[in-house]
Design a protein around this ligand. Structure first.
Ligand code: GDP
Length: 453
């Protein structure tokens, strides 16, 4: 018996429509206490998944709102339980009053992610699908949304569930032969499973390879803006951010720390890191900045080297260029194009050299196209990309255990020695799909959700 929970599932801002959602065994009865259908019918008697017009009332029988109700009966609902939704006017006051009436009628406040957790516990979603729900809600680019939507639809689940099933079959076959020697069970020959183990290891390897793209989908491209002082790094960051994020002065070395800003550049999300001028100096504060610049560059997916195109390149520029050469994705931005061109692009050994003007924004479209082309991933954003660190870690453990199995097979180890690794691979896979995940971990996963989802 699951108790009835209720929450507002839409945001807390004023909007055209706001939805209150209930789920639980007696939620239709609870909802019926506060809703009167225009037709006079009880919610208990209305057909499944059909919108019904009526009014919500508070305890004093005052009308809170005229709204639509929809009942979805178990198992044809998001949670797999009976659910009711009230589509109200999106006033926070209306929704609060409606929720209050439902609490008084017997519903309990839903906890964070409780609807999705119930969907998971009732087998409507596996854990990869449930986790993708929060990714879909939080997605801030079309690609991230498309990948999360694919995973909600079960793309990852369909890849991983067969691996878990095959490993379970292997283990149960082994134990059946061992535990029931008198039964007529097909002999256990570990070798016959070798090609299955190999093909799953291969599939997991391919999946693990998508994680780099997945991290970028989730967090954006980490882009370090580097260059000597006064070339326009902060101006560039401000131009990309669309507002004055950093104070711009013409005194060299004024940006002494790193500043981070998340911006959309065309269709790509960038996590921009503006660094202090990379410059060896006796000044300790600035020296710290230099250190951070180096670090920022090391952890960046993309380096944007900025120079002042209206001045000839100096040794200082050259030293920074040398640092950039170690990075696989570096673009040179020749800034201050409005002041004339004194830098020859052929002196800049970068994969791309773009003339820009941070003051007017000229050249930034070209930069956007270039970055988009650089980070358009190999894997399609249809749910095949691994974006979640927890899933990545478990898939990696599963993959490594499978490699150990294959090595054990090659070395002719005994089945029970190899089985230990098979079980480990299975356990780790089960953590991803949710088949073997611990309750405390599940609880933590759903705490990331908002109330009402
Ligand atoms: P940073 O030290 O590299 O961060 O450089 P700033 O962004 O602080 O800019 C240094 C100076 O160059 C400021 O006076 C800016 O207004 C100026 N500046 C930056 N970009 C441009 C540009 O595209 N054109 C012109 N004319 N001046 C610029």
């Amino acid at each position: 018996m699951s108790h009835t929970i209720a929450a507002v599932s839409t945001g807390s801002q004023i909007s055209a429509i706001g939805i209150i959602r209930l789920s639980g065994d007696d939620c239709i009865t609870v909802a019926d206490r506060v809703f009167t259908a225009q037709s006079g019918k009880s919610l208990l008697d209305i057909p499944d998944r059909k919108l019904v017009l009526g009014v919500l009332r508070d305890r004093q029988e005052r009308v809170i709102d005229q709204c639509m109700a929809v009942v979805s009966r178990n198992p044809h609902s998001y949670t797999g339980e009976d659910t009711v939704e009230f589509h109200c006017h999106g006033s926070p006051a209306v929704l609060a009053a409606g929720l209050d009436a439902l609490y008084r009628a017997g519903a309990l406040p839903a906890k964070r992610g409780e609807y999705t957790k119930r969907a998971f516990l009732n087998g409507k979603l596996d854990l990869t699908q449930a986790e993708a729900v929060i990714d879909l809600i939080e997605a801030d680019t079309a690609d991230a949304a498309a990948n999360a939507a694919g995973q909600v639809g079960g793309v990852l689940q369909k890849k991983l569930a067969p691996i878990y099933d095959d490993l379970t079959n292997l283990c149960s076959h082994f134990h059946a032969v061992l535990d029931y020697p008198d039964e007529d069970i097909e002999d256990f020959a570990l070798d016959s499973y070798a090609s299955m183990l190999r093909s799953h290891a291969k599939a997991l390897y391919a999946l693990l390879q998508t994680y780099g793209q997945g991290r970028i989908l989730r967090q954006g491209v980490a882009a370090a803006i580097v260059g000597k002082p006064n070339v326009g790094k902060s101006s560039l960051l401000n131009a990309l951010a669309g507002y004055d994020r950093v104070i711009v002065t013409d005194i060299p070395g004024t940006t002494r720390d790193t500043v981070e800003e998340s911006v959309m550049l065309g269709a790509t999300r960038l996590r921009l890191i503006d660094t202090a001028g990379i410059r060896e100096t006796a000044d300790t504060v600035e020296a710290m900045g230099v250190q951070r610049s180096r670090e920022a560059m090391e952890n960046a997916d993309l380096v944007l080297f900025v120079c002042d195109g209206s001045q000839p390149l100096t040794q200082e520029d050259q030293d920074i260029i040398d640092l950039c050469l170690n990075h696989e994705n570096a673009i040179a931005l020749v800034n201050k194009s409005d002041l004339g061109a004194r830098v020859d692009p052929s002196d800049l050994p970068f994969m791309a050299v773009i003339s820009i003007c941070a003051k007017t924004g000229q050249g930034l479209d070209q930069l956007a196209d270039m970055v988009e082309a650089m980070f358009a991933g190999q894997a399609p954003c249809d749910g095949s990309i691994l974006t979640n660190a927890r899933q990545y870690d478990a898939c990696r453990r599963s993959y490594e255990a499978l490699l150990r199995c294959l090595r054990g097979l090659q070395l002719g180890q005994t089945p029970d020695a190899v089985l230990t690794d098979v079980e480990e691979a299975m356990e780790a896979m089960g953590e991803v799909t949710g088949a073997t995940v611990r309750e405390d971990i599940t609880a933590r996963i759903f705490e990331r959700f908002c109330v009402g989802k």
